[in-house]
Design a protein around this ligand. Structure first.
Ligand code: DOR
Length: 440
């Protein structure tokens, strides 16, 4: 090939979901055009990736960017800025905004707000609710739609599919993989007295207990199998669910968050108070061990941050008035690279969980792989760099992180989106160029 590339990345180690290769990457028109020894090729721009690992752009499969409705917590611009600073090139955004994303006009409103304001590429989920069940098969196929999101238990916002009758109607109403928040609504309501018994956030995992999660995941798998509808169970928190999902790979895939793999109860509630409160909750070490077992044996197919920002003022209201959720899109990769350095997983397994896995789950077919013809979304990481997660690096409007002042080893040093360098050395470069992702 004698044409000039737009960009060549030289001398890095390319990490795929199976192996590592030392090779250069040529990029033309936003796509990966060549891989190999490109030392004699011409290029408009070159990046030296010596001593760096080159990962397929990180996809955060679960974020809440709060727009429209709660822009004081986050908006599309601030949330996606945080993503890119953290090495994330694509996000899949949740529908519990205000109004909820449940209709074509609300979905289109998000798309038009996103124009020129998203720093990374993006897709939006459609929320399932009583009123839109009949339309879901149409809604899930809107351009830019990641899929249908089902809340089986109440969390932030008003979206809820509380019983099997409604759940079956939702599952029967479409074909694409549906993403599910699995907590049992009846059990949550029956046990509300625990939440209201006057204690602090250490009550949260007692109220929203193991059976609350397990019961919902069991109901989900049974109904999904009967109706032959693939489902993806978000933010798994219990060893019991991992054991169950291990035997349900025919119909269900599973996701974990970095925080459930990193923080443990009761320490997190002692140290972070309501800042550690989320749904489903952070649990004890035995459950965390179960989650890591699911990472090792392949049961878990994606890691998403569940980036759920709330302001300090809101979090400081005190349990149970404090809202559930914590930010995480910017720290997803640093925290997981630190786990790689601690020997908890390989870089190839990380790529499965944060690039190829999420792309495959929802059929984002141009994303998730360093291969000719794919979007040139790349995250360059320095596996040896030691860094402290500091206040001045954080870009989320909420202005805090559960990992503030944590020392990690492994850091994203550049983010490349469709061939454009949009972050280098912790600095954002250029105006937002994020585009909506094609699914299917
Ligand atoms: O803790 C959570 N916060 N869990 C959810 O399911 C929603 C999220 C939010 O949007 O705040």
């Amino acid at each position: 090939m004698s044409t000039t590339s737009d960009l060549i990345i030289t001398g890095g180690v390319i990490v795929s979901d199976a192996y590592n290769t030392s090779a250069d990457i040529g990029i033309s028109n936003g796509k990966i055009s060549e891989i190999g020894d490109l030392s004699r090729r011409k290029s408009k721009k070159t990046i030296d990736a010596k001593n760096l690992h080159v990962l397929p752009g990180i996809i955060d499969s679960q974020v809440h960017f709060r727009e429209p409705g709660n822009e004081h917590k986050e908006d599309m611009k601030s949330g996606s800025k945080a993503a890119v600073l953290g090495g994330v090139t694509s996000v899949f955004e949740m529908p519990n905004t205000q109004p909820s994303t449940t209709t074509i006009p609300n979905f289109n409103q998000k798309l038009s707000r996103a124009q020129g304001r998203y720093h990374c590429d993006f897709g939006f989920f459609i929320g399932a609710c009583k009123e839109n069940i009949a339309d879901l098969s149409q809604l899930e196929n809107l351009p830019g739609c990641v899929g249908v999101k089902i809340f089986m238990g109440s969390s932030t916002g008003t979206l809820l599919i509380p019983d099997d009758e409604m759940l079956r109607k939702v599952l029967a109403s479409g074909r694409r993989r549906a993403a599910v928040h699995a907590e049992d609504e009846d059990r949550l309501n029956e046990r509300m007295y625990i939440r209201d018994s006057g204690g602090g956030p250490e009550l949260h995992p007692q109220w929203r207990d193991v059976d609350t999660a397990l019961l919902a995941t069991k109901r989900l798998i049974k109904n999904a199998r009967e109706l032959n509808r693939p489902v993806h169970v978000l933010h798994i928190t219990t060893a019991e669910e991992i054991n169950l999902l291990k035997t349900a790979r025919d119909i269900a895939t599973a996701e974990c968050t970095p925080q459930h793999l990193t923080l443990v109860s009761p320490d997190c509630y002692d140290q972070l108070g309501t800042y550690a409160q989320m749904n489903p909750p952070i649990r004890e070490i035995t459950h965390q061990r179960g989650l890591w077992a699911g990472i090792s044996d392949g049961t878990v197919t994606a890691i998403g941050s569940d980036h759920a920002p709330h302001t300090r003022e809101e979090k400081d209201e005190g349990y149970p008035n404090s809202p559930s959720g914590m930010p995480g899109v910017q720290t997803l990769l640093p925290i997981m690279l630190d786990h790689v350095n601690n020997g908890r997983l390989t870089l190839n397994r990380l790529v499965q969980l944060t690039s190829s896995g999420p792309a495959k789950l929802y059929n984002a077919s141009s994303k998730g792989k360093i291969s000719i013809g794919f979007d040139a979304d790349l995250t360059l990481v320095d596996l040896k760099r030691q860094q402290t997660i500091s206040q001045d690096w954080l870009a989320s409007k909420c202005g805090w992180s559960p990992y503030l002042n944590k020392k990690v080893t492994g850091w994203p040093v550049a983010t490349i989106l469709r061939g454009k360098v949009i972050m280098q050395d912790d600095q954002l470069i250029g105006d937002p160029i994020g585009e909506v992702i094609s699914f299917g």
